[in-house]
Ligand binder design. Structure first.
Ligand SMILES: CC(C)(COP(=O)(O)OP(=O)(O)OC[C@H]1O[C@@H](n2cnc3c(N)ncnc32)[C@H](O)[C@@H]1OP(=O)(O)O)[C@@H](O)C(=O)NCCC(=O)NCCS
Length: 135
């Protein structure tokens, strides 16, 4: 699924090795015992975590499952006492429905210096940055 969305330019590609290394940061959703979607958290700094690779197979969409995955990831960030959770996304409405607000990408130097510097779209990035502050 991540590969398919990466080919469509909706998600960043993730190598099998990277996924294996970061597998404990993933939440997955199943329907009738079948994998239908996932999402993950990636630590960008002392007070900031990023939502990555959140997506569903088509049959899982429109049932509130994406919000459930996002809520689980948010709870995990809270559990780790990380006060800010962000994403770079095209699915802005989805994040707004879940309490995020749109912000300037430039407020996340941690993201810019880890990922954006290696991205071929870095000078024409059209993804929107969203942020939620946790209490
Ligand atoms: C973005 C994405 C994860 C959203 O997932 P989703 O599960 O469809 O989104 P939501 O959780 O907000 O659910 C939305 C729908 O479920 C409905 N819903 C919400 N809670 C529900 C519940 N408890 N029971 C039934 N339906 C429910 C909502 O009314 C809404 O319906 P609508 O779209 O017709 O208004 C999904 O569209 C996706 O995989 N997109 C492609 C990948 C992508 O862009 N990922 C983001 C990269 S950062």
């Amino acid at each position: 699924m991540i590969e398919e969305y990466a080919q469509r330019g909706i998600m960043l590609p993730r190598s099998r090795q990277a996924l294996t290394r970061q597998i404990d940061q993933f939440v997955i959703a199943e329907l009738d015992g079948k994998f239908i979607g996932c999402g993950s958290l990636f630590r960008l700094g002392a007070d900031l975590v990023e939502v990555r690779s959140i997506g569903l197979h088509d049959e899982g969409k429109g049932k509130g499952v994406g919000s459930m995955i996002l809520e689980q990831l948010t709870e995990e960030a809270r559990r780790q006492k990380i006060p800010k959770i962000m994403a770079l996304t095209y699915a802005v409405d989805f994040f707004l429905r879940n309490g995020f607000t749109v912000v300037e990408k430039e407020i996340f130097p941690e993201k810019v210096w880890t990922d954006c510097v290696n991205c071929k779209k870095q000078h024409a990035c059209d993804e929107i940055a969203v942020l939620k502050k946790l209490d």
